[in-house]
Design a protein around this ligand. Structure first.
Ligand SMILES: N[C@@H](CCC(=O)N[C@@H](CS)C(=O)NCC(=O)O)C(=O)O
Length: 458
């Protein structure tokens, strides 16, 4: 058996494409991340590295106990791409993928000057000078080449008709350039389409997930769907009545990544206990993804007999509880987020996804309490959910907390809550939601989206 260990710093940088190749191929590997802040640990390790730099890949054959260490990110990427079938399908395709990588490395020379200026905290004026005088002209030439390759290939990939490590490398770098303000999707539609296509290839996944209300309906469906994503390591499935959740129990029995947890989101002590349990299960990884799914509909309408308790219960479970759960779990989310530098927002880093509703939309609120005179309290609760997510997002920005928070409307789904007349099945809903979770980025922070990640008015 072959065991892989990738050693790099705790940033995306030159290690990311190799990580993505492992995820894409569904191959297990040890992802060793050396803290950028621990200079001593790095200097100690540096002495024993082949070329004095990271990344390195250790490949151990457990039968012969022979181990090789590969330095240089491109050598590692090319080796893994060849091993896993992402290097190109013929010698000619492989040569073109190599050419793409070489072109990227040429562009990396000017780009590194910007990275260095930012990392060494040069003045804003100097950073802007490097950006405008050095990186932008090089970037324009580089983009021209990429657009030419995409224009000559109808598959949407840079080379051939399938994804290669060249696509991963270029797409990952576009993410970096977007962060520097050097790639604006609206201004570069061809590259934006390519970037979106590659980003949507399931690869990076949240390793650790906690989901509330996982005993039935959308919550249960999400657990099952998330288990299909390679890279997901631990799902803590929370529900008030775990003993009664027979189907969830059988899911947990057949997949050791699922852990069941009794939690009542409307009870503060229960939430606090759940944080300790989840912390024990996720350990040093922290929590990548919290899904606030638990919710109720308390039928209530304008013509109902006035009843404060009913309205408050709906708002309490759907909005107040989701807020408190988010607050309680924030330290665990921050722990996961801190494994990377920078302000990238994504669900494989740290995110809160509220299972929201089109009922949160004032613009779409044309039917009042809705069919059966039942949605008045529910609508209020979902508005409050979007409201707290927007406030939290603004606070996260001010506090430099790189945790994404967003709201996804699952559709009108055939569940106990949605009823049997609903428009779509649980499967139809959760497949789309899970695909969308994989695509979340800064543009989805504090918004309301349908399950296909299209913006909804609110
Ligand atoms: N050409 C090398 C460059 C590697 C490199 O620059 N590594 C940096 C991190 S991105 C490093 O190890 N820096 C620490 C040092 O040089 O002491 C590659 O692609 O792997």
């Amino acid at each position: 058996m072959i065991q892989y260990k990738l050693i790099y710093f705790d940033v995306r940088g030159l290690g990311e494409v190799s990580r993505q190749l492992f995820h894409l191929a569904g191959v297990e590997f040890e992802d060793v991340k050396i803290s950028r802040n621990d200079e001593q640990a790095w200097l100690e390790l540096k002495k024993s590295t082949p070329f004095g730099q990271l990344p390195i890949l250790k490949v151990l054959d457990t039968e012969s106990q022979k181990e090789i260490e590969i330095p240089q990110s491109s050598a590692i990427g090319r080796y893994l791409a060849n091993q896993f079938g992402y290097a190109g399908k013929s010698p000619e395709e492989k040569a073109m993928v190599d050419a793409v990588i070489d072109q990227f490395k040429d562009f990396l020379v000017p780009q590194k000057q910007l990275t260095l200026a930012v990392r060494t905290k040069k003045s804003e004026e100097e950073v802007n000078r490097v950006k405008e005088e050095i990186v932008t002209p090089a970037k324009n030439e580089y983009f021209k080449i990429l657009k030419k390759l995409l224009g000559n290939n109808s598959s949407g990939f840079l080379v051939g008709n399938g994804i290669t490590w060249g696509d991963l490398q270029i797409s990952d770098n576009l993410t970096t350039l977007e962060g520097f303000g050097l790639f604006t999707p609206l201004e570069e539609p061809i590259l934006a389409k390519f970037h979106e296509k590659i980003m949507n290839t399931p690869k990076m996944a949240p390793k650790t997930i906690f989901i509330t209300g996982a005993n039935r309906g959308i919550g249960l469906g999400l657990v099952k769907e998330l288990l299909k994503v390679s890279g997901v390591e631990t799902i803590v499935a929370g529900a008030r009545n775990i003993d009664g959740a027979k189907e969830l129990q059988s899911v947990a029995k057949s997949d050791s990544r699922v852990h069941l947890l009794a939690v009542d989101v409307a009870n503060d002590e229960s939430i606090a206990n759940s944080v300790n349990s989840v912390a024990g299960l996720v350990g040093e990884r922290g929590l990548n993804l919290l899904i606030n799914n638990a919710g109720v509909i308390e039928p209530y309408g304008t013509s109902s007999t006035p009843n404060r308790a009913t309205v408050l219960k709906c708002i309490d479970v759907n909005a107040v509880s989701a807020l408190l759960v988010s607050q309680h779990f924030l330290p665990l989310l921050q722990k996961a987020a801190a494994k990377e530098d920078g302000d990238t927002l994504s669900a494989d880093r740290a995110a809160i996804v509220n299972i929201g509703s089109d009922c949160a939309s004032q613009a779409l609120n044309l039917r009042g309490s809705g069919p059966g005179n039942s949605l008045l309290a529910y609508k209020m609760s979902k508005v409050a959910m979007v409201s707290f997510s927007r406030s939290m997002a603004a606070d996260f920005k001010n506090l430099n907390i790189p945790v994404l928070i967003t709201n996804i409307h699952p559709g009108w789904v055939q569940t106990d809550m949605g009823g049997s007349n609903a428009e779509i099945s649980v499967d139809e809903s959760v497949t789309k939601i899970v695909a969308s979770i994989g695509k979340l980025n800064a543009s989805h922070h504090a918004g309301l989206f349908n399950r296909e990640l299209e913006t909804m008015p609110f």
